[in-house]
Design a protein around this ligand. Structure first.
Ligand code: HDD
Length: 701
């Protein structure tokens, strides 16, 4: 594939080092002749302190780790570009990257929040979605999440919130989970968390892929135009592939089968040229409308419903390049909400104000001093000139005698520019010093209710079972009861359904009447994006699989953008079936994989293969589990025997015609007579992702 080069890429080239070239040396460039044995006094004698090579090697190793991020420790990142569609935002902002139409290099890091660096990807959690735009006017960081609101309203509560959700301090259990007493203790005592907690209990917390998640700037920011006029703005990222999720049961299994599930998915897709893409949208609110909502624009626990202020598309982002070195790039990237460029400014959102302190502060300990902006991945492509000097890890040799302003000795340089500068929005502020939450921040329930009202029944079922699972892990019954009392302010039915599952008394009556409003844009399932690009399908094969039919299946689906893998009891070339064709080769050994790692499963024809697979518990479980998770399941000819063995029987119609029943696509035809319609129907079903109307409660898997 042609290499993408942009200004950031070229800058990074200077820092890249080819592995495997030249001779082994010390850090000082001295060639070494031996690196397998320490220098010792005799073959069996003590190691000598004089062995500078061994000491240097071990010392460096001892210092290889840096503190992990206090939150968002586990992540994966990639480079790409952002491109504005046109200059239509020019009336609102002087930020060139939003109006120039040029490709602006970006680095995006996705993350989970609560877990350590080595935790599993598919935990129930918020996902970070942080974008660094390397613009000509300097770096702009949009440090967002995949949910549009936050748990707390004021950053001073962030340490409390994080201490509550992180593993409990006495035994450091549980890892990367909110299902424990301290988290729910906090939630039940801090009702402003409720709206975000509903998002956290929803499918949004279980993304199928980083490529299939929305992103949100969360806060209300401000765009500022050339006349110094401000417009409130909320940022939205919408994935082209739609927003899709896993089931909780899958997540728990994937955490063991492939803890790198989301990270691997991002890497593999970029590696194979299937570049993920998002559209950037903005909700704009004129300053004059600041007080025309029934919530406060400065309250980060609130959304602006899209039906009230539509999201206006302004550009697209494509991620097209994997990093070369995880530590150097993904680990050392340092985001900061206060990294803004001319044309974008803050508001007085108290959560944002605290973040503007926290990010710079945390990088100082994480990256070991004040020069982390010189680390290759963090360097702007804009020219950097300032009078900051020295400090740990200084990489620059600043020439000259002056590092102060004003100066005459250095010719007055660096000088103050008179154009394209960042000027703070001249907001008028006036107030007494007080510690007090604004009255306008006091409605904690309406938008939680709005979210609940906007969900489809399937999504509601998932939310209820998430609450039951999480609260079911809470030992203290008081905390369970208090949480249900809070939920009763959101919706009585929700509170009752949760209470029923966790042994808590159902509240007698609703605490706050449900306002009945909804916002359709909040549901993933009410308006799904049906695309099959990069969906992953497992085709179960064995010796005797009819190679012609199986190959047709692979070719037809691959042509449509689906990723197809052949799984067999053993890897390698398979003995062809009676109808010839082939050779067919298995991509993977069945028992190293699992249905939860795929979006759909198919079993082609071949009597011998069907016999083998029907007698292989792994294969049968594979199909049954996919069926249970409402995934597309397909089979033809004798392949149907495997489906029957897996309990799919009632969805299989007799006859060669292609039938489609609750996401199950079948035909009794062997491959020669299999109608082409089979592949199109299967593809349609894959594009729909899940057959939510399939009832599978009684399916064991
Ligand atoms: Fe934060 C990391 C997103 C509130 C303090 N945060 C961090 C990252 C993301 C977010 C995506 C990871 C960046 C990366 O990939 O390196 N944080 C958010 C969002 C918030 C939010 C969307 C609310 C709207 N954060 C928040 C508050 C504070 C912090 C209120 C502190 C007062 N966040 C941090 C931090 C981190 C961080 C401690 C840890 C590592 C880092 O910054 O670089 O400073």
């Amino acid at each position: 594939m042609a290499e993408q080069k942009d200004a950031k890429h070229e800058q990074l080239e200077a820092a890249r080092v080819e592995a495997g070239e030249g001779y082994l040396t010390t850090q000082q460039g001295v060639r070494v002749d031996h690196t397998d044995d320490s220098l010792s006094a005799g073959q069996r004698g003590p190691t000598l302190l004089e062995d500078f090579h061994a000491r240097e090697k071990i010392t460096h190793f001892d210092h290889e780790r840096i503190p992990e991020r206090v939150v968002h420790a586990r992540g994966a990142g990639a480079y790409g570009y952002f491109q504005a569609y046109d200059d239509s935002l020019a009336d609102h902002t002087t930020a060139e990257f939003l109006t120039s139409g040029e490709q602006i290099p970006v680095f995006v890091r996705f993350s989970t929040v609560a877990g350590s660096r080595g935790s599993a990807d598919t935990v129930r959690d918020v996902r970070g979605f942080a974008t660094k735009f390397y613009t000509r006017q300097g770096n702009y960081d949009l440090v967002g999440n995949n949910m549009p609101v936050f748990f707390i309203q004021d950053g001073i509560k962030f340490p409390d919130f994080v201490h509550a959700v992180k593993p409990e301090p006495d035994n450091e259990i549980p890892q990367a989970q909110s299902a424990h007493d301290t988290f729910w203790d906090f939630v039940s005592l801090q009702p402003e968390t409720l709206h975000m907690v509903l998002w956290l209990m929803s499918d949004r917390a279980l993304p199928r892929s980083y490529r299939m998640m929305q992103g949100f700037g969360v806060h209300t920011f401000r765009l500022v135009n050339a006349r110094g006029e401000g417009t409130f703005v909320k940022f939205h990222w919408k994935p082209l592939l739609g927003t899709h999720s896993l089931l909780w049961d899958e997540c728990q299994k994937i955490a063991g089968k492939d803890p790198d599930f989301n990270r691997r998915d991002l890497w593999d897709c970029i590696d194979s040229g299937q570049f993920p893409e998002w559209e950037l949208g903005v909700q704009l609110v004129p300053e004059s409308d600041e007080h025309s909502f029934d919530f406060d624009l400065l309250d980060a626990t609130k959304i602006i419903p899209e039906e009230q202020v539509p999201v206006r598309p302004v550009g697209r982002m494509v991620l097209n390049r994997n990093p070369e070195n995880f530590f150097a790039e993904t680990e050392q990237i340092a985001f900061h909400t206060a990294n803004v460029v001319p044309g974008i400014d803050f508001t007085n959102d108290p959560l944002l104000q605290a973040r503007n302190f926290s990010y710079l502060d945390t990088q100082l300990i994480r990256l070991g001093g004040p020069n982390f902006a010189q680390i290759p991945v963090n360097r702007p492509i804009a020219e950097v000139q300032h009078n900051q000097r020295d400090g740990y890890g200084q990489q620059k040799i600043h020439k000259g005698r002056t590092s102060y302003f004003k100066n005459s000795i250095g010719g007055g340089c660096p000088a103050i520019a008179d154009s394209d500068v960042f000027s703070h929005y001249t907001e008028r502020v006036d107030g007494r010093k007080i510690r007090e939450r604004s009255e306008s921040f006091r409605d904690f329930y309406s938008q939680a209710t709005l979210f609940w009202n906007s969900m489809s029944e399937v999504e509601r079922e998932h939310i209820v079972s998430a609450f039951r699972f999480e609260l079911g892990k809470v030992v203290d019954k008081e905390i369970r009861a208090r949480t249900v009392t809070e939920l009763n302010h959101v919706d009585h039915e929700l509170a009752a359904r949760v209470a029923e599952g966790i042994g808590v008394r159902t509240p007698a009556a609703e605490a706050t009447p449900n306002h009945g409003r909804s916002s359709p844009a909040l549901s993933q399932l009410n308006a799904p994006v049906n695309k099959l690009d990069t969906r992953k399908v497992a085709v179960l094969v064995a010796d005797g699989t009819d190679a012609v039919g199986a190959q047709r299946l692979v070719d037809e689906l691959t042509k449509k953008g689906v990723i197809v893998e052949l799984l067999a009891p053993a890897e390698g070339e398979l003995r062809p079936g009676a109808s010839g064709g082939g050779p067919l080769s298995a991509d993977r050994q069945l028992n190293t994989m699992a249905s939860v790692l795929y979006d759909a499963v198919a079993v082609p024809c071949g009597p011998d293969a069907a016999r083998t697979l029907s007698g292989d518990g792994y294969a049968v479980h594979f199909v049954a589990e996919a069926y249970k998770h409402a995934k597309p399941v397909a089979g033809f000819g004798s392949g149907l025997d495997v489906l029957r063995k897996a309990g799919v029987t009632e969805r299989i119609a007799e006859g060669e015609q292609v039938t489609r029943d609750h996401g199950v696509v079948t035909s009794t035809a062997a491959e020669q007579s299999l109608p082409g319609e089979f592949f199109d129907t299967f593809a349609d079903v894959i594009a729909e992702h899940r057959a939510w109307d399939r009832k599978t409660d009684s399916v064991p898997a």
